[in-house]
Design a protein around this ligand. Structure first.
Ligand SMILES: *[C@@H]1O[C@H](CO)[C@@H](O)[C@H](O)[C@H]1NC(C)=O
Ligand SMILES: *[C@@H]1O[C@H](CO)[C@@H](O)[C@H](O)[C@H]1NC(C)=O
Length: 628
């Protein structure tokens, strides 16, 4: 009997808590604070969540509750409190839910355990924002509370909630400061867009269709309307800042239908990526006999315009000369004039129907060497019978940035191409893994070790500094690209500047100019040790460590052990000797083979001749490194 009473009580409490579906977004509920019951099964990527701890009100309430750890997938009660909109929301993975990033949204909410606070009465029915327009998907919130009771909790009377919910909506709507909700067009033009959202879900596409966002727009407070521009333009997803080119197959053999599928694929890509000047930019090149740019990186700088432009692409016909297209992309597409930002990795995605009619190997090598990350999507590749017709066997492996599988996708049929949108974009946006972004110019930590001994003399020391400057000048210098440091030595050593001291080319060149001539003895061995300790210890793991040592005489101390340590630590050492320098010692200092890493110049005035040679050797070595 006691048990029965308890059950009854419990049930009463339960009934007073409104229930929502997994897909209900906080923005659709007007109440500033409420307790709500989530059903089981909300831990599903289709219920999008934006933010961490504080969530944009565009998020699924129940999804956010699971992400924040307040709820698990079996459902339950939660307490939701609305808070102010934020200028940015950071996505994260937590409790089995991947939340997404969103730069700006007008309202947020936080979730906590569904324990009502003392003295606070929570609404027993929720007020939903809604439009009266019957065409709008106003049914969505209705769905939420018309949902049949969860099996097992039979005879749960949801009707009162349904009624109050509906009535309250009407009442609230009329009292809200907002433009007439009955005119769909007005509301949709005011709708704030989820700027900078990133999603790998194609389902998210509905975000951009006015109908589905009308509900959210229903209660934009007046104050915010005045500060928000009517058509906010996305800055793009900052987590996917790449300069992207798609090389699409326009050959005659592909046919109209498959060409259309290819265009749809591009449109899906443009839609999924949040294109913008602060995020990914995308251009398209169509190839047949010859390549032609449909549009460059700077032609369409948002997803919507890009999609419209993709839709207008017409097929060129001809052969499938992908190699020629890759050359074109290296020489023209990724030029500064065409919108290459320099600060974003270059990615070329080549889509091939079957196999290319020309060779791709050489063109791709040049593309890689200029820092382009080539991806290949091969659709409906050659069958066993057709292999004899393939111009260049294994073409995909010869083209891609690395042959480790990361850069190649094989698609069995054009009809399943769509499924590669997400896997492809996950890789393309994983900028840290884009190994070919590294070029000879942008990937080194270069430490100069400069002999300041008395035998050099003031004039020649200036020449040495010029040499150091002339080499540094060739590289792309920034905090994330090549960095330069310098040590001067006599008997003693001093750090002139470290890798972290200057991050622009002009600052580096000025710092080199300011190095004062020291004058003294020559302890080259100690100087190498010092450079390892003071410079290269602070080198980043993903940088090539290059030491360029310049000396004009034999060292007073032993160089063998310090040189060995340097080589052992992965510091590639170039030894440049002038005048009285000892060849044998230079060869010991230099990385093997010494013929590529040591140079001897008879006088300081001829030092300049070795600038191109040293740089050439640095780059040849870089380019000859294995691709895997
Ligand atoms: C294709 O190229 C890869 C990497 O260069 C190589 O490992 C593989 O054996 C090649 N396959 C054929 C069939 O030549
Ligand atoms: C450095 O470059 C300048 C300008 O090109 C040149 O005049 C000078 O001779 C070079 N000096 C050295 C040592 O490389």
């Amino acid at each position: 009997k006691v048990l029965m009473v308890f059950t009854q009580r419990f049930k009463v409490v339960e009934d007073s808590v409104p229930q929502i579906n997994c897909d209900v977004k906080a923005g659709k509920i007007i109440n500033p604070e409420f307790v709500v019951k989530c059903p089981a099964g909300c831990q599903d990527p289709k219920y999008h969540v934006y933010g961490t701890d504080v969530y944009a009100s565009y998020s699924s309430v129940c999804g956010a509750a699971i992400h924040s750890g307040v709820l698990d997938n079996s459902g339950g009660k939660i307490l939701v409190r609305k808070v102010a909109g934020q200028s940015g929301y950071k996505g994260s993975y937590a409790n089995g839910v991947q939340s997404l990033s969103l730069p700006r949204w007008r309202e947020s909410f936080v979730v906590s355990e569904g324990k009502p606070q003392k003295g606070v009465t929570y609404p027993s029915a929720l007020t939903y924002s809604s439009t009266k327009s019957p065409a709008a998907k106003a049914g969505e919130p209705t769905k939420a509370y018309q949902k049949p009771p969860v099996p097992g909790t039979t005879a749960q009377p949801v009707t009162p909630l349904q009624l109050t919910g509906a009535t309250a909506t009407e009442v609230t709507l009329t009292s809200l400061p907002k433009p007439s909700p009955s005119t769909g067009s007005t509301t949709s033009s005011l709708r704030p867009q989820p700027v900078g959202h990133r999603s790998w879900e194609l389902g998210e596409m509905d975000l951009w269709q006015p109908g589905s966002v009308l509900l959210d727009a229903g209660f934009v407070p007046k104050e915010e309307l005045s500060t928000q521009s009517l058509e906010p333009v996305s800055q793009g997803d900052p987590n996917c800042k790449v300069d992207l080119s798609f090389l699409i197959d326009g050959s005659s053999s592909i046919g109209k239908r498959r060409f259309r599928i290819q265009k749809q694929f591009l449109a899906d890509v443009a839609q999924t990526l949040d294109i913008g000047p602060g995020g990914p930019l995308m251009g398209v090149v169509q190839y047949g006999d010859n390549p032609a740019a449909q549009f460059s990186l700077r032609t369409h700088m948002n997803s919507r315009d890009l999609k419209t432009a993709i839709d207008k692409i017409t097929q060129r016909g001809g052969l499938s000369n992908a190699g020629r297209a890759i050359s074109y992309v290296t020489k023209n597409f990724f030029s500064k004039a065409n919108g290459n930002r320099g600060s974003a990795p270059n990615v070329a995605v080549v889509i091939v129907d079957g196999w290319p009619t020309d060779k791709v190997e050489e063109a791709s090598r040049l593309a890689r060497e200029s820092g382009i990350n080539i991806f290949f999507i091969t659709v409906e590749g050659a069958t066993e019978n057709e292999k004899q017709y393939v111009t260049e066997p294994n073409f995909s492996n010869k083209a891609v940035c690395r042959t480790n599988g990361f850069y190649s996708l094989n698609v069995q049929s054009w009809f399943s191409l769509r499924k590669t949108v997400q896997p492809l974009l996950k890789r393309v946006c994983d900028t840290d893994r884009l190994a070919c972004s590294k070029t000879c110019w942008n990937s080194a930590d270069i430490g100069f070790v400069i002999d300041g001994s008395s035998s050099v003399g003031t004039g020649n020391f200036r020449t040495v500094l010029q040499f150091v400057a002339n080499i540094s000048k060739e590289f792309e210098i920034s905090e994330t690209d090549t960095r330069v440091g310098a040590v001067q030595y006599t008997y003693e050593q001093r750090l002139e500047f470290g890798f972290d001291d200057y991050h622009t080319k002009s600052d580096i060149l000025n710092a080199i100019k300011r190095v004062g001539y020291w004058s003294g003895g020559t302890s080259t061995g100690a100087a190498i040790n010092y450079a390892l300790e003071q410079l290269f210890k602070k080198s980043k793991p993903n940088k090539r460590k290059l030491m360029i040592l310049i000396t004009d005489g034999r060292s007073y101390d032993d160089v063998r052990i310090p040189a060995m340590v340097a080589h052992h630590k992965g510091v590639t050492t170039y030894a440049i000797g002038v005048a009285w320098a000892a060849q044998d010692e230079l060869e010991v200092i230099a990385t093997h083979p010494a013929s590529d890493h040591s140079f001897f110049v008879d006088e300081f005035d001829n030092l300049y001749k070795f600038v191109p040679k040293v740089i050439q050797n640095i780059c040849t070595e870089f380019n000859s490194q294995p691709r895997n």
